[in-house]
Write a new protein. Structure first.
Length: 455
């Protein structure tokens, strides 16, 4: 006789405190992950002059191929480790890593340093994923597990919805705030787990806890044995290496190497004796075994689905930025902001009409002649002293050499008429070049000054 099912209200009341703590942490973790991941493609490929990394599309693609691969590979191991060493301990390790690595993402500018920081984010997330799901599984039962996981995945979507919105807002201020926000979400989770999370029943508190070696063996045996795991892993790593587009290892070389590797392993299997459960052998001297080919096929199909789905974050932002005419959206925003007297907010959008570029240039030319500007969509264009200092700290000192700054200052002195009350400054030109670059027109500040002088 089956157990009676709870009603909706009874099921919601049946969840213990650990369930709601886990769901709260899931919201903040998803806010951190999707807050960064949604804008990651734009950050990596944005010009350095606008605060981005200036990576090529190929370099960006390589990063978002390598990192998620390990992100979704490691939970096989980290989940087993959580069972062995305790959920609270693994949560704590994960959040400490997230706080540090999310902040580090905004500090590194080279390809390898950024990739390294992103890998730490992946490891931290890989620790978190199986632990939070395991918590939900352990604190629910047959009567409320369906409702429990329904609530859990609703929390996933809440975090995935709110995180990108906040990231989009703070990105308009500075890219640095995106990474600070992500670190803050992880820090909140660290506080929550230390103060409110109670350990569910795991091997860590039992007398029959597995050894670390046994944990590793079980992780490998999810799909087969060690030989099968090593064979597949080699092929995947070879494909990643080919993604670097190095002349010494092209995609053609990758195909040949992978085909040769498969052939060697298949021939090697032919000379090995059949697998015997009764007799233990060295795992590298054992034939390849795929323990559940249906499950492996399911994973392959799901990999194809997620490859397609993740293009929402990997390629679509770049496509919209570089190829989509967003002028209608800008016009709607202009009318909306104008209706509430905040038309200057339009400057925070990523896509601006061509006339906006001309207005920006006109403002610089008129400033250099000490002439009042025409009516403009930016009535509050004049920068305060604090804004000047901010520009010099965040842009000039970081990306211009001392010689380039001196050259720019000399050009400004030549441009400004004697006795001008509202003088053109080097930072005006630097800021103008940066804004024009956002409209997909690259121009250096000194080139802008020389063009103004010729006019």
């Amino acid at each position: 006789m089956s157990e009676p099912k709870f009603g909706f209200r009874a099921q919601m009341k049946s969840f213990p405190a650990a369930f709601w703590v886990a769901n709260t942490m899931e919201i903040f973790e998803r806010m951190a992950w999707y807050g960064f991941y949604t804008v990651a493609a734009l950050y990596m490929t944005a010009p350095k002059e606008t605060g981005g990394l200036g990576f090529t599309t190929e370099e960006k693609g390589l990063i978002v191929a390598i990192v998620p691969f390990f992100l979704y590979l490691f939970p096989v191991l980290t989940g087993a480790l959580a069972d062995r060493y305790g959920y609270k301990r693994m949560f704590t390790i994960s959040y400490v890593m997230m706080v540090v690595s999310y902040y580090a993402l905004g500090q590194f500018e080279s390809f390898w340093a950024f990739l390294g920081a992103f890998m730490f984010v992946a490891v931290a997330a890989a620790i978190f994923k199986p632990v939070v799901v395991g918590t939900v599984a352990r604190v629910t039962d047959a009567r409320n597990s369906s409702m429990g996981f329904g609530v859990f995945y609703m929390m996933v979507n809440v975090g995935g919805f709110v995180g990108p919105i906040i990231a989009g807002v703070v990105r308009g201020m500075s890219w640095d705030y995106v990474f600070i926000a992500c670190s803050c979400w992880a820090a909140l989770n660290l506080i929550i787990v230390l103060l409110f999370f109670k350990e569910p029943t795991t091997e860590a508190g039992s007398t029959g806890a597995r050894t670390f070696r046994k944990v590793l063996d079980n992780a490998v045996e999810v799909l087969g044995n060690l030989r099968f795991f090593v064979t597949v892993l080699f092929i995947l790593l070879a494909m990643m290496l080919a993604g670097f587009n190095k002349p010494w290892f092209s995609w053609a070389d990758c195909v040949l190497v992978c085909a040769g590797w498969l052939a060697i392993n298949l021939v090697y299997d032919l000379v090995l004796p059949p697998v015997s459960k009764a007799k233990k052998r060295n795992p590298l001297l054992t034939r390849m075994v795929c323990s559940n080919w249906r499950f492996a096929l399911f994973l392959l199909i799901m990999s194809g689905f997620w490859t397609s789905f993740n293009q929402i974050f990997i390629t679509m932002p770049e496509y919209i930025r570089d190829f989509v005419d967003t002028k209608p959206m800008v016009e709607i925003a202009r009318k909306s902001f104008r209706a509430v007297g905040k038309e200057a907010w339009l400057g925070g959008l990523a896509a601006i009409e061509d006339t906006e570029l001309l207005v920006e240039f006109d403002l610089l030319v008129r400033r250099s002649r000490d002439v009042a500007p025409m009516a403009t969509t930016r009535p509050n264009k004049e920068a305060s002293d604090a804004r000047e200092d901010e520009l010099r700290r965040t842009f000039v000192e970081r990306n211009l050499t001392a010689a380039e700054i001196a050259r720019l200052d000399e050009l400004v002195r030549q441009l400004n008429p004697s006795g001008a009350a509202n003088r053109l400054t080097s930072n005006d030109l630097v800021d103008g070049a940066r804004k024009i670059l956002q409209y997909k027109v690259r121009v250096q500040a000194h080139e802008l000054a020389e063009l103004i002088a010729r006019i």
